[in-house]
Design a protein around this ligand. Structure first.
Ligand code: SAM
Length: 440
């Protein structure tokens, strides 16, 4: 019997990386291989990596150290490092881990089967780290999705912004937008397969414009997607505050299919630091955007990314960030210590903040934010919320799902509810989640 070869993919980083892994898995399966959940026994092991912070790179190297023994046990195993860290580190990876035989950047998901075949045939490293000079079409024929009811959809790739801390433009290249007709076709097909939620993905997702029909902005695209029968929820990540038009707020307001949650990275509450970060907005301008969103007729939850300890950030700047979170009352915040990244302009900035101080600021901010979330979540007590039931819960409650505004709700219920909508009465809360009781 001819047993199909097996591949194992491990993903680091963002939702975009998760979708890239699903695309890689789809193209490998199309080539006749089968996925496996364990690296042991896999013929192909792929790490799809992140490089946004140094820690992510260290994590991938540490994992490579663990993967090495699979290669030692079976020399024919192909080990690949793909994605942002591969793009950034390039052949340095081969110097540190000579057993790696496939290297490819995030623009090359579709090329992985060919690179695996090449590495297998030649027993030498197959490398494709080219960027931009041959922009690949953003259409993907094969995606092996992990979740049967929620699907990530690429609407744009790359980033034209030049935030001084960020490595993404160097790893994912310039912004390229997909044709809206193709996005609509893909979402229609997903709904036909039973998907109820889509997550539109792009580095600055709301700067989207159809490459040929320029009148189709992100807001118009959302509006068209919201009309698809059977599609219950649309999410998107991450928008840039400067591209958050009034038109976009109006569409969110008018289309309940568009979830009432906006994740809008702010990075800092200090205009001085925002200028050094080259974010293109001031604290005032960001707050104006938040206020326009909050003025929508239906309440919209807001979350953000924040970096502490950016070069030159003084205590006063940090306190501006604290007063910003107090003012906005974010539903959640992802906060990070600034991590110097290769090639980025921030590397040359004076005023490095010692790691210990970054740690202090991070803990302070996280404690403050926890209190804000605790108070927001307390206000849900007794409310009845519609949940898309997502997964088996980790703790005592058997199921877990999300509200439209992205609150995690744990509750007891039958597994048959997975992938379905349920009404749940909120009976308890913590800073990070709600608990509830199934209604009816
Ligand atoms: N494109 C989005 C934006 O900037 O609006 C998000 C991109 S990034 C993958 C996700 C988050 O990582 C950023 O919003 C930022 O808070 C954080 N980040 C990016 N570069 C960083 C760095 N050098 N050090 C620490 N955090 C960083």
């Amino acid at each position: 019997m001819n047993m199909a070869k097996k591949f194992f993919i491990e993903t680091f980083g963002c939702q975009m990386n998760e979708l890239d892994s699903e695309k890689i898995a789809g193209s490998l399966r199309h080539g006749g291989m089968e996925p496996t959940r364990e690296p042991a026994g896999a013929d192909v092991i792929i790490l799809n990596t992140c490089s946004v912070r140094e820690k992510a790179v260290q994590k991938a190297y540490a994992r490579l150290g663990e993967i090495k023994h699979h290669k030692k046990q079976r020399d024919e195993v192909v080990v690949g490092v793909v994605g942002c860290m591969a793009q950034l580190e390039g052949e340095k990876i081969l110097a540190r881990a000579p057993f790696v035989s496939v290297l490819a950047g995030p623009q090359k998901s579709h090329a992985i089967p060919g690179l695996v075949a090449e590495a297998t045939a030649t027993r030498r490293a197959a490398i494709d780290l080219r960027m931009d000079e041959d922009p690949e079409p953003l259409e993907t024929s094969h995606v092996l999705r992990e979740n049967p009811w929620r699907a990530g959809i690429t609407i744009s790739e790359g980033c034209n912004r030049k935030c001084s801390f960020c490595v993404v433009p160097f790893t994912r290249g310039k912004e390229r937008n997909r044709e809206s007709a193709n996005i609509l076709r893909e979402v229609h097909a997903l709904v036909d397969q039973g998907y109820v939620e889509v997550v539109l993905l792009g580095q600055t997702v709301n700067s989207y414009r159809d490459p040929f029909r320029r009148e189709i902005t992100f807001a118009r695209l959302l509006e068209q997607l919201a009309k698809i029968d059977g599609l219950r929820r649309i999410r998107f990540t991450s928008p840039h505050p400067n591209d958050f038009s009034d038109e976009l707020v109006e569409v969110i307001d008018a289309c309940p299919t568009v979830c009432n949650h906006v994740h809008m990275p702010v990075q800092s509450g200090s205009t001085r630091v925002l200028r050094a970060m080259r974010r293109g907005y001031s604290r005032r301008k960001y707050l104006d955007t938040v206020n326009r969103i909050k003025a929508a007729r239906r309440p919209i939850a807001i979350s953000a990314d924040i970096i502490v300890g950016f070069p030159g950030e003084e205590e006063e700047d940090f306190q501006d960030t604290i007063s910003l979170i107090d003012e906005v009352q974010y539903d959640s915040v992802f906060s990070f210590k600034y991590s110097p990244r290769p090639s980025t302009p921030a590397l040359r900035l004076p005023g490095e903040v010692p790691d210990e101080e970054k740690g202090r600021r991070l803990s302070f901010l996280q404690e403050r934010q926890k209190l804000i979330q605790y108070n927001i979540n307390a206000s849900y007590m007794g409310r009845v919320e519609e949940i898309l039931v997502d997964e088996r819960a980790r703790a005592r409650f058997s199921l877990c799902g999300r509200t439209s505004n992205n609150k995690i709700v744990n509750f007891d219920g039958p597994e048959s509810l997975l992938g379905r909508f349920a009404m749940v009465e909120i009976t308890g809360f913590s800073a990070n989640s709600l608990k509830g009781r199934l209604k009816g």
